[in-house]
Design a binder for this molecule. Structure first.
Ligand SMILES: Nc1nc2c(c(=O)[nH]1)N[C@H]1C(S)=C(S)[C@@H](COP(=O)(O)O)O[C@H]1N2
Ligand SMILES: [Mo]
Length: 266
């Protein structure tokens, strides 16, 4: 992310300076995360009722630990992608059909979620589209930016991934080792796959999206459910989600394997 350079480049920081900066940022981002995305993990009240570790409730401590002292994406939760009037929305071109080449059986489709289980077998749970549509509906008109150099304003509707995780706490380990640091999403045929860090996944504009420009998603745009995360390039907006898994390690990512930046922020 262009805006995440943590320290002034004019001075080589010593350890103490890094430590101070990390502490300051942790405190600030802790509040920001609580005020915005964190709604997603059961809300502020849930969060502050957790046992603390160094005064930081364990899920957030886990996030900080998992990402190192100057976690970058973490702070991007402070930023929102620009939003546009709905009237400016246009139909995007269809771009990319990896993982979409077989016909979709919409009636048989389920979202499969593998809960975070760093020390044991993952708990798999299945959801219908109706389960996702039962979550609070969020409409958002944002720019879809492709690394190929085009962008288009699109109006999306769906559920926040953070709201999904508030309702179904699959990103946290029941054995209390905390919040998964990474999320992996892949198509039902596993041909297309993207990785996200948990901060990006919990961002308030990260949606499990089922409508585009006022209509249900068409198959080529990712029916029945796609990811939209407008602080990142289109490569991360996985169409036709089959599985979401919460992981301890940075997941595989189709375009990162081709040499693109793993975060793909812009
Ligand atoms: N399953 C799948 N999802 C995908 C792709 C793909 O090839 N397969 N391409 C990505 C890219 S590069 C872009 S720019 C967007 C384009 O979304 P659109 O086709 O709805 O415009 O989808 C993303 N999601
Ligand atoms: Mo793209």
């Amino acid at each position: 992310m262009a805006d995440s350079t943590p320290l002034p480049s004019s001075e080589a920081p010593n350890d103490a300076a890094v430590e101070r900066e990390a502490t300051r940022r942790s405190r600030r981002s802790f509040l920001l995360l609580a005020a915005t995305g964190l709604a997603g993990l059961g809300g502020w009240r849930w969060l502050v009722s957790r046992p603390t570790d160094d005064g930081v409730p364990w899920p957030l401590r886990r996030v900080l630990d998992a990402n190192g002292q100057l976690a970058q994406e973490y702070f991007s939760n402070a930023h929102l992608a620009p939003v546009f009037p709905k009237a400016q929305a246009r139909a995007p071109r269809v771009n990319g059909d990896i993982g979409l080449r077989s016909a979709l059986d919409a009636a048989a489709w389920r979202l499969r979620v593998l809960g975070y289980a760093p020390a044991g077998p993952a708990r798999a749970q299945e959801f219908t589209l109706a389960d996702i549509q039962a979550l609070p509906r969020v409409e958002m008109t944002t720019e879809l930016k492709c690394i190929e150099g085009w962008s288009v304003v699109v109006s999306w509707a769906g559920a926040r991934l953070s709201d999904f995780l508030q309702r179904y706490p699959l990103a946290t380990d029941p054995r209390r080792s905390g919040l998964a640091p990474y999320v992996s999403l892949f198509t039902p045929d596993e041909q297309y796959y993207v990785g996200l860090d948990i901060e990006s996944a919990l961002h308030p504009q990260t949606l499990l999206c089922y409508e585009m420009n006022g209509q249900p998603l068409t198959p080529e745009h990712g029916a029945p459910l796609r990811l939209v995360t407008p602080l990142k390039y289109g490569i991360k907006h996985l169409k036709r989600i089959g599985t979401i898994a919460f992981l301890h390690q940075r997941p595989a990512d189709y375009w990162a394997e081709q040499g693109y930046d793993w975060h793909a922020g812009h």
